[in-house]
Structures are given as structure tokens and as C-alpha cells.
Design a protein around this ligand. Structure first.
Ligand SMILES: [Zn+2]
Length: 375
């Protein structure tokens, strides 16, 4: 078996940890093993999904307790939480994290807290829709809002962000088209009224979403800043019919200078995405979320992706969030799936042992290191 445990990971797509109270009870712990937002799924069905059941077995082995949720949570509660986070992170051998703080909760740890808590480098990406929502609340007119938006996005790299990120797949879909200023301005008005009434706003207007993402793509081109797009599955907000990465063809062709990182392998559309990564120099394929959630589907996905896309274009990440266990489990499933497939490639005499090992090093960390820090 190819042992990939000492190859460091650059986890280029993940989310912040939450304080332990967000995962201290049975249902609160279980809910993070599902993309569902439905409490019935969390309470009744997660205990029967493979990701959870296997995760519980592996985690119980770590704490030498019975593989029941009650026994594990009792053993977990005995741990100092920071020490527990550090133990799991050291074991994952994650060298660098790039966090998206755009998905948030009241119990979230701040960036400064992550820097002191975790035994790895922690960097940030900027989620453009969340930024835009804040600015719509803050500014009176569309022009003022736009000026602030462009100002912040244009200085993203200078201000320490290593990537931009869009969740437009969740809002209005990946079929992003050019939009005239007047159409975007007209779409701003009802949102501003909503913001004035309620103090917050959810950006889900297609002309405005498309207009703002196009602006951000231009600013990314000026800074050679990688741009992450959510593609494929997610929670119930993601309509898979418009989350297929094939919809991004126009963007890919229109912004050849922007390194586009298409997230979650576009799952289940990973073959489509592997083809894009093979033919477009500006497309990278990320494996996160599909690892770990696809579990037994991880090796078939990696086999198909690596059969088509150059190894230099494929990147592992966890898309983990909330609690350190998810990072640890994603790293374990990822190394297992990648090791299993590359070992097959060696057994079939497709690759030498050294080739396979170099591919693993690239996918787990080297490709991301080059993309985010050497473009
Ligand atoms: Zn994510």
C-alpha cells in the first residue's frame, strides 16, 4: 500500500472551526456528517450513513473507547478542546489551510484564534457574495456600493487574501452572462429596500450576481488571483441542474488569465470537470467535499479524474468545517482513496512507484502551493 501519510497537505478549501458547544451533543455532533439542513436527517438518518458510522469507528479507536456516539462524546468531553484540535491537525499533516470565513455561525472562531490554535499556517480567501451583501446593507446607492466593492476586491491580494471565492452556484447558477450596468443597477433597488426594512439581505438576483462576479473576475485577472467557484453538490440551496461546471464554459473562455478552481470535483459531474481541466490551462479540479462525503465513491472518482486530467491540475482539499474531526476524517479518506488508485496504476504498470508518489505529492499539496503562492 502506498503510504501517503507523511506528504503534507495544503488544504486550499476549508471553513472555520466552531467552538465546542456547536458539536457537544449527539444531534449537534451528528449534523456535521451530512449536507442536509433537515433536523430529521440529523437525528434519525445520519447514524445510518457510512461517513458517520466509519468516522465513529475510526475516532473511537483514537480515544480508545467503545464505537458508540455516547461513549465517544464522553471521551471527547474529557479532552482539552484546543489540545484535541491540535492532536487531530498534527495527525492530518495539514501544513497550510486556506479558510473561507463566509460561511459563518455565532460560535465561530476568529482568524486570529485559528492562527494561535492550530499547528499549521492559516490563510484566507474572500467570498464575494458575502462581501457584496454587507456593502448593500452599508451603502445608500448602487454606485457607492459598487465603488466600495471594486476597491476591496481589487486590493484583495495586497490585503492578504490568497483567493477569491464565489457561491453563485447556490444563488442563481453557474450560467454567468455579461450584464449591462443599467440592469444591475435596477436589480439593486429592491434589495436595498429589503436591506432597509430588515437590516440584512440575501443576494439572489441573477443580473446583480452575474454583474458582481464578472467584476470580481476582472479584478482577479489584474492580480493573477485564483478564483474558486462552488460547483456540484452542496446543501439543499444548491440546485444541481445549474451547478454543473459545464455552465462555466463562457467564464473559462472569457477570463483565460484567471486561475479557476472548480470546487467539489463538480460532484457528481466530475467527468465533465476532468475534461475541462484537461483542455483549459486556466481550470483546476478540486476534490473537496466529494472527499469525504462520497466515501466508497472516492476511488472511482479519483480513477476517472486521473485517467483524464493532468495530475498537475488536480488538488485535494477537505472543505471541512465546524469541528476538527471532519478535517481528520477527510484527510484519512483522501489519502486512502488516492493511495488505493495510484497503487492500482503502479500494479497495472501505468506508472512507476516514483511517478505515483510524485503525483500524490502534487495532488495533496504541491499543486496548490504553486497555484496560490507562485502565480
Ligand atoms: Zn466550502
Amino acid at each position: 500500500m502506498l503510504d501517503l501519510s507523511h506528504l503534507p497537505i495544503v488544504d486550499h478549501h476549508a471553513h472555520p472551526l466552531l467552538k465546542p458547544e456547536a458539536s457537544g451533543t449527539v444531534v449537534k455532533f451528528q449534523r456535521w456528517f451530512s449536507e442536509s439542513t433537515d433536523p430529521i436527517i440529523h437525528a434519525q438518518h445520519v447514524p445510518h450513513n457510512l461517513f458517520f458510522r466509519t468516522g465513529l469507528r475510526w475516532l473511537a479507536e483514537l480515544l480508545s473507547c467503545e464505537p458508540t456516539i455516547e461513549a465517544f462524546l464522553a471521551a471527547r468531553a474529557q479532552q482539552d478542546y484546543t489540545a484535541w484540535c491540535q492532536r487531530l491537525f498534527k495527525d492530518t499533516n495539514i501544513a497550510t489551510l486556506i479558510l473561507d470565513y463566509g460561511y459563518t455561525a455565532p460560535e465561530v472562531y476568529s482568524h486570529a484564534e485559528h492562527l494561535t490554535m492550530l499547528p499549521c499556517k492559516v490563510e484566507r480567501m474572500l467570498r464575494v457574495e458575502v462581501l457584496a451583501q454587507d456593502l448593500i446593507v452599508q451603502y445608500k446607492t448602487f454606485d457607492q456600493m459598487l465603488e466600495a466593492y471594486v476597491d476591496i476586491v481589487s486590493r484583495a491580494r495586497a490585503n492578504g487574501y490568497v483567493a477569491l471565492k464565489s457561491i453563485i452556484a447556490y444563488r442563481t447558477g453557474l450560467d454567468i452572462v455579461p450584464v449591462a450596468y443599467a440592469d444591475a443597477a435596477a436589480a439593486f433597488m429592491p434589495l436595498k429596500e429589503q436591506a432597509q426594512r430588515t437590516g440584512k439581505v440575501r443576494l439572489a438576483s441573477k443580473p446583480l450576481c452575474d454583474y458582481l462576479v464578472n467584476l470580481a473576475l476582472q479584478e482577479a485577472a489584474n492580480q493573477a488571483l485564483p478564483f474558486q467557484f462552488h460547483t456540484g453538490f452542496g446543501d439543499r440551496d444548491a440546485d444541481l441542474r445549474v451547478a454543473n461546471p459545464l455552465h462555466l464554459r463562457g467564464v473559462i473562455e472569457h477570463y483565460p488569465k484567471v486561475p479557476l478552481v472548480l470546487l467539489h470535483a463538480g460532484w457528481p459531474f466530475y467527468r465533465e470537470l476532468a475534461h475541462f481541466a484537461a483542455i483549459y490551462a486556466n481550470v483546476w479540479l478540486d476534490l473537496s467535499l466529494a472527499i469525504p462525503f462520497a466515501t466508497t465513491g472516492i476511488p472511482p472518482m479519483i480513477r476517472d479524474v486521473l485517467g483524464m486530467a493532468p495530475f498537475s491540475k488536480v488538488m485535494f482539499a477537505t472543505d471541512a468545517f465546524t469541528m476538527p474531526e471532519i478535517f481528520w476524517l477527510a484527510a484519512r479518506w483522501g489519502r486512502w482513496g488516492l493511495g488505493k488508485v495510484l497503487e492500482e496504476f503502479v500494479a497495472e504498470n501505468f506508472l512507476s512507484h516514483d511517478d505515483a508518489y510524485a503525483a500524490a505529492a502534487a495532488i495533496l499539496g504541491e499543486n496548490a502551493r504553486q497555484l496560490y503562492w507562485s502565480v
